[in-house]
Design a protein around this ligand. Structure first.
Ligand SMILES: [Fe+2]
Length: 231
């Protein structure tokens, strides 16, 4: 697939997995890419209205704020470079660049297509080797997501030693940031901000975390994992 990733302002929607490199190379001014599937296609796990508001309003707002903040400083760095040079920068850049990266990544990780929601054997074995069983992994991930106090994200990532691990971050922080509390290379995440689930689940974050497994695009997670373990 030919793509001019060095000049892309938004992700191209195709049926192929996205790469972390494509997200990282996005250039300002950033533009919101369409969801890679119809908003209703994740029902009943996530309702269409939540997806529409989350994508069209929340994600768009992070992009608009980020574009304003960086235009004021005449920054021309790509998204990856912005995330890895936050030391000493104002908090707004961290929040909005994180918001843009995290949501761009999150949309790619969901699917209503059962060809994509079946976990590839390679990744399943990797997860089993790290967490005992696939169910134990899911349990640990849900527990982490539930324990994140306030807004944030739960992550499955490769740590500095290349091991699969689970962590959470607050607000829009992510493990790629130079200022991150826990650093690593993410391959999967779940948004645990209330805006991700409140319409359908209200305060029941645990139910949302359980339901989301039915719409995880494991083919995409596997592609991210192959990408981060190849380097
Ligand atoms: Fe969100």
């Amino acid at each position: 697939m030919m793509q001019t990733t060095t000049e892309a302002h938004s992700l191209e929607v195709t049926d192929s997995p996205v790469t972390l490199a494509q997200i990282g190379k996005l250039q300002p001014p950033f533009v919101l890419a369409p969801l890679p599937y119809p908003a209703a296609s994740l029902e009943p796990a996530i309702d269409a209205k939540t997806m529409e508001i989350h994508h069209d309003k929340h994600h768009q707002t992070y992009i608009d704020n980020l574009n304003k903040l960086i235009a004021a400083k005449s920054e021309t760095k790509n998204l990856q470079t912005i995330l890895t040079t936050l030391t000493g920068k104002e908090k707004g850049i961290k929040n909005n660049a994180g918001g843009h990266w995290n949501h761009s990544f999150f949309w790619t990780l969901l699917s209503g297509d059962n060809k994509k929601t079946k976990i590839p054997d390679r990744l399943k074995l990797e997860i089993e080797a790290s967490f005992g069983t696939f169910d134990k992994f899911k349990e640990a991930f849900e527990k982490a997501g539930l324990a994140q106090f306030g807004s944030g994200w739960a992550w499955l990532y490769r740590d500095a030693n290349g091991k699969l691990a689970i962590t959470t971050t607050s607000n829009q922080e992510n493990p790629l940031m130079d200022v991150a509390t826990v650093k690593g290379r993410p391959i999967f995440t779940v948004d645990v901000w209330e805006h991700a689930y409140y319409l359908e689940y209200q305060n029941k974050r645990a139910d949302y975390l359980k339901a989301i497994w039915s719409v995880v695009n494991w083919v995409q997670v596997d592609a991210y994992d192959r990408e981060v373990t190849a380097h």
